[in-house]
Design a protein around this ligand. Sequence first.
Ligand code: BGC
Length: 746
Amino acid sequence: MSADAVPQLDIPTLLTALTPEEKAGLLDGSDFWHTQGVERLGIPAVMVTDGPHGLRKQSGEGDHLGLHGSVPATCFPPAAGLASTWNPELLERIGAALGRECRAEEVAVLLGPGINMKRSPLCGRNFEYFSEDPALAGVLGTALVNGVQSEGVGTSLKHFAANNQETDRMTVSADVDERTLREIYLPAFERVVTGAQPWTVMCSYNRINGVYASEDRWLLTDVLRDEWGYRGLVVSDWGAVNQRDAGVHAGLDLEMPSSGGGGTATILAAVKAGTLSEKDVDLAVTRVLELVNKSLPALTPGQTFDADAHHELAREAAAASAVLLKNDGDLLPLAATGTIAVIGEFARSPRFQGAGSSQVNPTRVDSALDALRAARDVVFAPGFVIESEEADPALVEEAAAAARDAGVAVVFLGLPPSYESEGYDRDHMDLPQHQTDLLNAVADVNDNVVVVLSNGSVVTVAPWQDRAGAILEGWLLGQAGGSATADLLLGVTNPAGKLAETVPVRYEDNPTVGAFPGEAGHVRYGEGLLIGYRWYDAHRLEVAYPFGHGLSYTSFAYADLEVTTGSDTARVSLTVTNSGARPGTETVQVYVTDPQASVYRPEQELRGFAQVSLAPGESRQVTVELDRRAFAFWHPALRDWTVEGGEFGIRVGSSSRDIRLRATITLTGDEVTTPLTAESTVDGWLAHPSAGAWLRDQLGDGPFNAMLFDPKNGQMMRAIPLLRLSRFPGCPVTEPQVRDAVSRFS
Ligand code: BGC
């Protein structure tokens, strides 16, 4: 049967045929991974399952923590790797491959991607998230969702919202002001919702300003649906439901996993008591049935996928995900001759994904050691035991001996799996001490040391990086990471990855010190807008490697910046030339600055990027469109996006701290009138287009006017709320006049 011919459920008819019990039942799962069906009415159950960088379909016992096995599936690089590609086209292809694997396993919805912000480098789940920057996460998340859904399989955009730590994740309240939510923690979700309409959105476990996400009507209905136009279904994270009836009213349609009937009973009781409307229930039921309808065409049995082709795609993705942090004296790519000492257990036993619900059972796994051995003369020494906290002197001695006689030593270091996982946060940002000791032992006997890192979350490099001539940040690269790493080391592929998060010099430099992971059930986002590079820039802090950084085996020249403007938009174009000797790919980053704003704005913010692949000597024009939002801020008083007219800076760079071209533009922007209240200061009144003229008239030329505009004390006087000033003896404006004016002008 062709997909189009698959019969669809007739939802209006079903809504009249379903009993209240059946309706409430449809809003609950039937087990760990399935929705409920209603056999008598031909409503099938569908399967939803993890995700996100591969399929984790459990055919036996179910769990949401990666404890039990799952069917083999391609393990692509987790989001920390994929984000460093800065390549939405690649992510869309990966998404489509994931969609095909879901179809082959008759899975209707893949539970991902996770696009929470990397607020603290210690978040145990950072390997599953894209970036510290919402624009980058939003663009990449959109591409992945579009890819999966192009195959007729749904996604679940998670974890909505402000789920930025694992400590107390099921109860903690993220206490965060609205402007910070709007500008930092929500935009990636907004972008994916508006750009890809994920079939489902997964609400997070935590509370936001005291309210559980699973029962936050402002979040799940006012913002998600009414403002952003979301048309899909909201599902709970596994076990996120607190008060089920409040959840239905808030806009949480489906509870997962099955509540064993508890959720259904609560819904029925609330409808009976009149505290939950049948309309709310019908709306949620409609969304569940719509999800089933969307799923049906792709759920035909007997579909397959090409595991070899997907492995190749995983290899391409892994190569694009690695970031060349440093490469002194062009140590990489490795010289074509001479023995390579490959050191470190990770070369033989790769760490390619993180632990928890996203853990995939890979179809196969490449090791860098095998791939390097196939190409070159290699001597291997494991150097350490991955999960040990102690050095093994015999292994260190063996590694040093191997390095002594080799032309170059490639040392594979990284975080043991137990250091980072869903469910808990890290204690520190460092590699195990015995691994850096091993590096020192190797560097003592060989001047040509390359370090390859395997870590899902950022690690400190400052204490040891001087001992390595080159560092390749490999993140977690999925099942083909080993062969991809060998390709990069040997120069078969040219590194193009760029950091999607800052590598700070020390943990103590990061913005959340003292405010992570919180206490007494609350975590205060005191740094506000200043996460990631926004913080390091604001505080003029040196970093080990800045956001957006990543080297290549070739070089790129930037020239001919041109910016054309609309009233609140701009088009940025420039010429990029491959000025080196190898083909390569560059990601051009466009940052916007707003030095004249009436509110605090971060020093610079990524607002667009473009990737270009060039042969040696080739030039190409690159264009980046900046929409209105690129210049807007969330106005705390207007509670809306505002573009304040005036000058903006455009910075074009190869990283956030390698700005190559700059321009200043002027935008007309919006007419901004801050509403007047009884608390508005005299200055506030004077700035108002009509109230200002009224007040000047009232003041006339008398002594009050002179006092208010006195060069020495005027500013202090004008900071007084007009209503209070009106009570001062001799003030020419009376309190009733001010009250009347508030109602007239606001
Ligand atoms: C995780 C989700 C996951 C779900 C199902 C939860 O613990 O937070 O990301 O999709 O389990 O396994």
